[in-house]
Design a binder for this molecule. Structure first.
Ligand code: FA5
Length: 357
């Protein structure tokens, strides 16, 4: 269109050229779609150096008769084009208004919904587990994720060179003191048993949630980072029956009455006797599959009666006080509750997985 608005000048004496101007002006005008293009059109035909204006200016050079004839025609054309501009301008304004109306903007409508965040599935399960123990009279406390060797191992009857250290592949902090590395990312929440007993006197009923870290090869039920909840109860007359009753009630509340629960002997240096709690595998119903390592069961916690030597080491009279402790894995519980086959999905940060919960 811009090219057609800079045409060769018509000769003023040439009647045909006025008709050409008229037909081209009207056809160009038909293609004008907005105010800017209309202004360019007006300048091209009716502006000071416009195509028609130059014809009108050239009239003076014509013989009188010719000047009158061409002048009449050119003036009529000028009026026609001016009228056409006005009409076009009005039409453009109208269609802009119509476009606005057609959009039907309803300012009272709510804006587009923003995607809402949600709690991570392990956080949801952690909160449910803590609620459960709080309702049974336990108090929630927290401890450090970077821990001393003393709390993570030594005070729990796992001295250096004790084979039980092999149960926890450890991520040591790169900090040396006296030629040794005494700090680590805690491998379990059990160090808090010692921290709490050192600071408090019985009766004690606490649960300690937190992240734990192990240098281990991952598989469907093992991650290098996982969430544990430690439980500790110390009082006069606490027995294994209290431990089993507490854990059975916990399992019933979290998994419902239909899941099978099994207690089995296990070894942890800081409890005597020690045991583990297992739930029948949600996937194979106990037949054995990849997720339960073909055992039919998924272990969710280790537990036992606090070792009397540990009670004595923190200054408690082990003749008077007894206690139980347990440490459960939140991701394993979330897997059982939601039927998640692979623990590695929790921290793979795939929103297709996470947004299902
Ligand atoms: C312990 O960590 C002991 N501190 C538990 C304990 C506490 C025993 C108090 C006695 C008294 P274990 O390594 O078995 O034990 O871990 C406890 C639970 O944490 C397991 O049952 C499991 O649910 C979870 N868990 C352990 N390792 C992993 C892992 N790599 N990935 C995911 N969950 C794990």
């Amino acid at each position: 269109m811009a090219a057609s608005l800079t045409p060769a000048l018509p000769m003023p004496s040439d009647n045909e050229s006025l008709e050409e101007i008229e037909s081209q002006a009207l056809s160009d005008l038909g293609a004008v779609a907005d105010g800017d293009a209309l202004e360019r059109w007006r300048v091209a035909y009716l502006g000071r150096r416009g195509r028609l204006t130059r014809v009108l200016r050239g009239l003076a050079d014509l013989p009188l008769e010719e000047r009158k004839r061409v002048g009449d025609k050119a003036n009529r054309l000028k009026q026609e084009l001016e009228g056409a501009v006005r009409e076009k301008r009005a039409r453009l304004a109208m269609s802009a208004t119509e476009a606005l109306i057609a959009e039907r903007i309803d300012v009272t409508l709510p804006g587009p919904p923003l995607p809402s965040g949600r709690l991570h599935p392990t956080t949801q399960t952690l909160r449910d587990v803590l609620d459960c123990f709080v309702s049974m009279g336990f108090q929630v406390v927290e401890g450090p994720e970077i821990e001393w060797d003393r709390y993570n191992f030594e005070a729990l009857r796992i001295p250096r060179d004790h084979p039980a250290r092999d149960m926890w592949d450890t991520l040591w902090i790169d900090y040396e003191k006296d030629g040794e590395r005494p700090m680590l990312l805690r491998t379990h929440t059990s160090p808090n048993q010692i921290r709490i007993m050192e600071q408090t006197q019985p009766p004690i009923r606490v649960v300690v949630p937190g992240k734990c870290y192990r240098y281990e090869a991952t598989d469907p039920t093992h991650e290098w980072m996982m969430t544990q909840v430690e439980g500790l109860a110390v009082d006069e007359g606490i027995s294994m029956a209290d431990l089993k009753g507490t854990l059975a009630e916990f399992a019933r509340r979290i998994f419902g009455p239909d899941r099978k629960v099994a207690f089995r002997c296990d070894y942890f240096p800081f409890v005597e006797p020690g045991m583990e709690l297992r739930i029948d595998c949600f996937l194979c119903g106990g037949d054995g599959c990849r997720t339960c390592s073909r055992t039919g069961w998924i272990e969710i916690l280790g537990a036992g009666m606090v070792h009397p030597e540990i009670l004595e080491a923190v200054g408690y009279d082990s003749e008077r006080y007894t206690g139980f402790a347990f440490g459960l894995g939140i991701e394993r519980i979330a897997m059982l509750r939601h039927g998640i086959e692979d623990i590695r999905l929790f921290y793979a940060n795939d929103l297709r997985f996470l947004s299902q919960f």
